[in-house]
Design a protein around this ligand. Structure first.
Ligand SMILES: *[C@@H]1O[C@H](CO)[C@@H](O)[C@H](O)[C@H]1NC(C)=O
Ligand SMILES: *[C@@H]1O[C@H](CO)[C@@H](O)[C@H](O)[C@H]1NC(C)=O
Ligand SMILES: *[C@@H]1O[C@H](CO)[C@@H](O)[C@H](O)[C@H]1NC(C)=O
Ligand SMILES: *[C@@H]1O[C@H](CO)[C@@H](O)[C@H](O)[C@H]1NC(C)=O
Ligand SMILES: *[C@@H]1O[C@H](CO)[C@@H](O)[C@H](O)[C@H]1NC(C)=O
Ligand SMILES: *[C@@H]1O[C@H](CO)[C@@H](O)[C@H](O)[C@H]1NC(C)=O
Length: 434
């Protein structure tokens, strides 16, 4: 697939006012830089904007997007757009010609059965699994690193946005994303956390039937505060790449920072020593990819976050557990890490029910993650415990990692959330230990 960023950008820029354009050169800056760990509001492009003033060899920043099939944990895709050199982030490609690079991981379904074989050929099976069964192909993970500039051009990146409802990232030659918040211009975007949640559809249909203008204005506000939100299109692929295509996240739930609670957006972007914004805790995902010539299409759950620091990753973090699970009406995001300069882990966690936050915070002990088995061995899992929550996430397949320090798995989820017995869900989760 040939990426079409330039026409896309040309289309977008004249229509909406661009508040910031941040070019990211291919070579690291040789200066001291500064990082931002505070967001004045929860607007999409505010959270998505680059948070380091320039990328020197001590700094890293990344924008991460993933999707997992709702019916088969072995079907997932994750794309990360990085700006980092190896001295700042241990997994960065050595000796690359640009600090602008990307990583894609795609897990393809196998023939060898799905959990409990839910009725062969039943309508539940997604198209990817079905096709794999028919073609008899082996399940496997395909990963690919792209370095901008080694593919084409100067190897630059650019991130732009209007400080409000939209944001675009473009990694030259590799791919990028377009994110927008589908609200009318002038509406109070992104102020929704904790506000009343009026069904926008109901209000808009009332407006059609001649409701007064004040109702229409209220409807706009309600639309902005309702959980139906940001849409993001991520595209990847270049001449000769193994992975190409698109990941679409729709109707995302409200963004979250580490210490945001169910009722309050916390403006701090710190999660321990590094920066973190969980821009999309949960979304509907549709994925259309071509992997080694094989078509992979699936629907499921999507997730997006970004991390950064002006200091090298490995000088800040010793170990972490992270994951997101989608089970029954719930979606859960957890993060627990141990800093390099201490032994007490810090964490953040959130739970949504039907897209509405029901638990969230960063206080000590909010989440406790225990590993079950070894991350390098089959059957690795984690137990995630929060107040009123006990989830067992059982890995079905390792979907990313370097085999030494970094392990990301996909798996099945079972347990109790706030008194409800839940099962049959899917999760992506990882352990990182330096
Ligand atoms: C990058 O910036 C950070 C923060 O100002 C500084 O501590 C570090 O020394 C800089 N690194 C280089 C290689 O200039
Ligand atoms: C890094 O890449 C350059 C250019 O490709 C090459 O000349 C050099 O030997 C490489 N250095 C290392 C350490 O691989
Ligand atoms: C998932 O993948 C693993 C490893 O590739 C395989 O053993 C397992 O049977 C697969 N499960 C499903 C549901 O396809
Ligand atoms: C660890 O470093 C952070 C800054 O990165 C600092 O705020 C914190 O106090 C330090 N903790 C210890 C135990 O030294
Ligand atoms: C950083 O992003 C990754 C996704 O690539 C996620 O695993 C993790 O929660 C984030 N962690 C921090 C501390 O920002
Ligand atoms: C968006 O999500 C919300 C809650 O997650 C749901 O109630 C609503 O129906 C969804 N809207 C669309 C258009 O999918």
């Amino acid at each position: 697939m040939c990426p079409l960023p330039l026409p896309l950008l040309l289309l977008i820029i004249p229509i909406v006012r661009t508040q910031y354009i941040s070019p990211i050169p291919s070579h690291p800056a040789s200066t001291e830089i500064s990082a931002i760990y505070h967001a004045p509001n929860s607007w999409l492009s505010e959270l998505s904007a680059p948070k380091i003033s320039a990328v020197n060899t001590s700094a890293f920043e990344w924008w991460y997007f993933d999707a997992i099939s709702a019916t088969n944990p072995n079907v997932s895709a994750a794309f990360t757009f990085f700006t980092a050199s190896p001295s700042a982030f241990p997994l960065a490609p050595r000796n690359a010609s640009s600090i602008v690079w990307s990583v894609g991981f795609v897990s393809l379904p196998s023939l060898s059965g799905s959990p409990g074989e839910p009725g062969e050929g039943s309508g539940d099976e997604d198209s990817a699994t079905h096709r794999a069964r028919q073609s008899g192909s082996e399940g496997r993970v395909v990963s690919e690193i792209g370095v901008s500039g080694e593919v084409e051009g100067e190897g630059e990146g650019v991130v732009l946005g209007d400080g409000r409802g939209w944001n675009v990232g473009f990694w030259e030659g590799l791919g990028g994303w377009v994110a927008s918040f589908p609200s009318p211009p002038g509406s109070p975007l992104g102020q929704g956390m904790g506000k009343s949640r009026v069904k926008p559809a109901a209000l808009f249909s009332g407006q059609q039937h001649g409701a007064p203008a004040s109702t229409a204005r209220y409807a706009h506000r309600a639309a902005a505060s309702a959980p139906s939100g940001t849409n993001i299109d991520v595209w990847v692929g270049w001449e000769g790449s193994r992975i190409s295509g698109r990941l679409r996240l729709e109707n995302a739930t409200s963004p979250r920072t580490a210490c945001s609670t169910t009722s309050r957006f916390d403006p701090s972007l710190r999660l321990g020593p590094i920066g973190w914004a969980n821009i999309v805790p949960h979304a509907k995902a549709s994925v259309d990819l071509v992997v080694d010539g094989e078509v992979l299409g699936f629907e499921g759950y999507g997730y997006h976050d970004k991390n950064w620091s002006e200091r090298p990753f490995h000088t800040q973090i010793r170990k972490w557990f992270w994951g997101h699970a989608h089970v029954g009406p719930y979606s859960v995001v957890w993060f627990q890490a141990t800093p390099q300069n201490g032994t007490v882990p810090f964490g953040s966690a959130s739970i949504l029910k039907d897209g509405v936050p029901v638990l969230g915070g960063c206080e000590a002990g909010i989440v406790s993650v225990q590993r079950l088995g070894s991350p390098a061995s089959p059957g690795f899992g984690v137990e995630v415990v929060m107040r009123g929550v006990r989830l067992v996430v059982s890995g079905t397949r390792e979907v990313a990692g370097d085999g030494v320090r970094f392990f990301r798995w996909a798996g099945l989820v079972q347990g109790v959330i706030l008194g409800d017995d839940v099962g049959g869900g899917v999760a992506l989760f990882e352990e990182f230990e330096l």
